[in-house]
Design a protein around this ligand. Structure first.
Ligand SMILES: [Zn+2]
Length: 81
């Protein structure tokens, strides 16, 4: 398979990250902006008040909360029959 787009810019409309315009495996979908993002990109923009997308990152900060505490994840482990 010829897939040579690792360093290629992908617009968010085509499934790229809203912040860095790349596609990689670990992405979350943001329903506020209808776009895929990397949680790492959201976190970085959120931590830097001077980041050009800091305001947008604040709207997406709920994605980080889902990532950090996932109380439901224990349930599946106990239902393994
Ligand atoms: Zn990104």
């Amino acid at each position: 398979m010829l897939n040579n787009n690792l360093n290629k810019k992908v617009s968010p409309a085509d499934g790229g990250c809203w912040f860095c315009y790349t596609v990689s495996g670990d992405m979350a979908f943001d329903f506020e902006f209808d776009t895929y993002v990397h949680l790492e990109c959201v976190r970085k923009a959120l931590e830097d008040p001077n980041h050009p997308s800091h305001e947008e990152a604040r709207f997406m900060s709920y994605l980080l909360e889902w990532d950090d505490n996932s109380p439901e994840s224990d349930i599946d482990d106990n239902n393994m029959v």
